[in-house]
Design a protein around this ligand. Structure first.
Ligand code: GDP
Length: 281
């Protein structure tokens, strides 16, 4: 289902992750708030057992605020710390550091009992491609960041960013592979734009999106495209094509163009703040 990932890459990514995880106290996992389930890879739970865990619900600006809340509660109930974030604008970024400290309080306490003082918390950012890992690292590190040099026991070239005197962050994120064996996961990754469009059937994808929007966010399509919503996704795509003047040679409607418009506007949040999946009951 996915075409950016090959077994060789995955093996290498996993091996690097295993190496890096040994060095850290805390895993900061970035997920896309529109698809918090589909943008995760559960392998990280196995790789990161015994580590403190923080989930960043990123791109929360594009997702449904009520669903953001539900997802935050859901992950908290599973034992993760959670912060809602817009890494791009920086909204929510100030809230990350206190939660990082809180999530590592047991480690800090252990250190204190053993007489170890001032050993910083070490963290790494992980996530599947395109969830905003690099954007977050830049926003979190900010301008004040100083890169520390190589340290003994650290693979050459590995850099730690000093966030403050208590926290250090590995400068490169760990890349997780998406769960591309699952069809519906693949479709959602495609809808948010995390799979290259060239390899997708955009018309089919837009029909799925139309169907979902009508079912879960009734009215948003009428509002944006002035169309009559119904269970008939093809008819909705047709109306979008008409209203947006998607016409090809011979005066035929250009469905592909309409599909592109829909997907693009969805990805940019123009259709509304929309979450594509809900936490399990
Ligand atoms: P990475 O592959 O996980 O490192 O993802 P990037 O940091 O490269 O981000 C992927 C895209 O998502 C970029 O175009 C970012 O500008 C955008 N992005 C990242 N975080 C956010 C966010 O919170 N909100 C929005 N709207 N866009 C974001």
């Amino acid at each position: 289902m996915n075409y950016q990932w090959y077994p060789g890459h995955m093996t290498k990514a996993k091996r690097m992750m295993q190496e890096n995880i040994k060095l850290i106290d805390l895993i900061i996992e970035v997920v896309d708030a529109r698809i918090p389930f589909s943008s995760r890879n559960p392998d990280i739970d196995e790789l990161g057992k015994n580590k403190a865990r923080l989930i960043l619900l990123n791109k929360s600006d594009l997702a449904d605020e009520r669903e953001n809340e539900k997802w935050a509660e859901y992950f908290k109930s599973k034992g993760y710390y959670v912060v809602k974030l817009n890494a791009k604008s920086g909204a929510g970024i100030k809230g990350v550091l206190p939660v990082v400290m809180e999530s590592c309080k047991e480690k800090l306490e252990r250190d204190r009992k053993r007489g170890i003082i001032n050993r910083p918390i070490r963290a790494m950012v992980v996530g599947i491609p395109n969830v905003g890992k690099s954007t977050f690292i830049n926003a979190f590190a900010g301008k004040a960041c100083t890169k520390t040099g190589n340290k003994p026991g650290v693979t050459k070239g590995k850099q730690w960013i000093r966030i403050n005197k208590n926290v250090e962050l590995l400068d490169t994120p760990g890349i997780l592979w998406p769960k591309f064996e699952d069809q519906s996961v693949g479709a959602k990754l495609a809808m948010v734009g995390s799979i290259k469009d060239e390899i997708l059937n955009l018309e089919e994808l837009s029909l799925e999106l139309l169907k979902y929007l009508h079912e879960s966010y009734e009215g948003v399509l009428t509002k944006r495209y002035d169309i009559e919503e119904s269970e008939n996704a093809l008819s909705m795509l047709e109306q979008v094509a008409e209203n947006r003047k998607c016409i090809q040679k011979g005066n035929e409607l250009d469905y592909l163009k309409a599909a592109n418009i829909l997907l693009e506007e969805f990805r940019n949040g123009k259709i509304g703040k929309i979450t594509l999946e809900k936490p399990e009951a």
